[in-house]
Design a protein around this ligand. Sequence first.
Ligand SMILES: [Zn+2]
Length: 294
Amino acid sequence: MRYKYYVEDWVKPIRSHLFTTKVEITDNHFHLDPQGRKDLAVKDFLNAGGTRLVIVNKPYTPWKKIDKFKEQVNTTLNLANKARDVGAKVAVVASPHPIDLVKMLEFKTKTEASELYLDAVDFCTTLVDENLIVGLGELGRPHFDVDKSVWDLSNQVLLESLKRARDVDAAAVLHTESGTPEVMADISSIASKANFPKNRLVKHYGGPGAIENPSGIVVSIISSSTNIEYASNTNSNFMLETDYLDDPQRPGAVMGPKTVPRKTFKAIENNILSEKQVYKVHTSIPDSVYREFV
Ligand SMILES: [Zn+2]
């Protein structure tokens, strides 16, 4: 049996039903790496019943100069086109990563670091203007403890980045510490200060803590069965993701490329997600956040 062309039999009837009702299956946080499985990983996703991917830029190697950052985003755009070539509909999201800012502080002053970071943000907003990407991400702040001064700088830079994203009508995807109702309220207040629309702001790597009370922010949950079941019983707006890294050192991390379609079909089968919910999770919410998959 050729692995990459194998479509699981039990999925077929549900899949064809979903296809005739034009329901998409969207993985909201998927990375591709030039050293990884690239289009083969995308084929796995498609063969399992997936249709759309949000492909997120990845800091492939540490960068110190804006040109290097631009090269990396270009790599992401090329990988996204490869995903399209094999049949996925794709929305691309790119920005300097919040950890990039922390790393810059090893060789730059706070002012220099935030200037370089925001230059990279500006480059991404021009790509939004050119319709090459739909949003900025991952923006945010460190997920680990840092000095108060680094924390404050990260929040300041996040606020400024969201203002710039808003100016070009972009979506934004956030990488932060684990979501709790307090964290979500705090992020929400930063978004309000930036006048950034919360229905286009995504908390990535979400779980029950983020979705319990998301303060108007859209939560993209890591697609474990427990998370899906928890989320299905709330009224919060959520989407599903694998945070697939396409890292040859960590194959299948954070979750493998087939996970979102598989878990969705399982949840339908077990009456955990209704058809209406599937439509919201995979079609209407991603459409309103990212606007367009091509
Ligand atoms: Zn990610």
